[in-house]
Design a protein around this ligand. Sequence first.
Ligand SMILES: C[S@@+](CC[C@H](N)C(=O)[O-])C[C@H]1O[C@@H](n2cnc3c(N)ncnc32)[C@H](O)[C@@H]1O
Length: 260
Amino acid sequence: MSSYKHKKKYGQNFLDSKELLEKIKNVVNLNKDTTVLEIGPGEGYLTSMILENAKFLTSYEIDSDLISNLEKKFKKYDNFKLINEDFMLSDIVGENLKVVANIPYYITTPIVEKLIENKEKIDEIYIMVQKEVAIRLCTEFSGSDVSTLTHYIRYYTIPEYLFTVEKEYFNPIPKVDSAFIKLKIRKDRKYENMIDEKIYFSFIKKAFSQKRKTLINNLKKAGFDKEELEKNLVNDKIRAEELSIEQFIDLIKGLKYDRL
Ligand SMILES: C[S@@+](CC[C@H](N)C(=O)[O-])C[C@H]1O[C@@H](n2cnc3c(N)ncnc32)[C@H](O)[C@@H]1O
């Protein structure tokens, strides 16, 4: 479909490289028991590799102009369901799903949030995202990339930055490089078992309210008692971005924070 006019509004930067496809295939590790969900098959770059290697694939494509080509291309596969819908408005159906997708970047965060909200149905998420976003999603608890998003991701998943994909691999070539990442859903519910999610994220929001300020100052501003804070924080110079989830849970429990 070389004459196809890519639609910017749908984030249509397509891939076409055997070498990259092989690299993706090696990390996503599909087998005949795997059920896969794809967001935005485009011209079917990832789709054919998934269909060849997985048990079943459901792909959501918003752009009706791409549908007849995809149907024609994958007509011989009976393990394929193509849904011509906006993924954000669709219900996710299935269990033990693996998500494998080169997603439209204009809705990266809503897609990640929707997938995590459906964590009961999903085991692993493999997605291509903008490189800077990949760094933010996969960062550890140190440095300026840490944000409330880091806590959201790490509370529910184990993130992994797999590899960088240079912008030249895309057509049309975008302005920025990309990266392929993995988010493994925490099936052990490690942190959900330690603390109520609403309480945790309500506290995190207060702790990160002003990034430049120290944690103690942010929490004082949020109404916490100065003496209680000093009792529970070893270091009054520390910033929110330096604390791990475990350390935040200890702090929340130490402060007996249980309201929203
Ligand atoms: C970055 S392209 C990737 C295409 C293809 N997977 C590839 O790697 O070449 C993103 C794809 O997502 C589709 N898309 C954009 N918004 C969507 C939405 N809300 N729901 C479903 N698909 C969407 C676009 O039409 C496009 O085909």
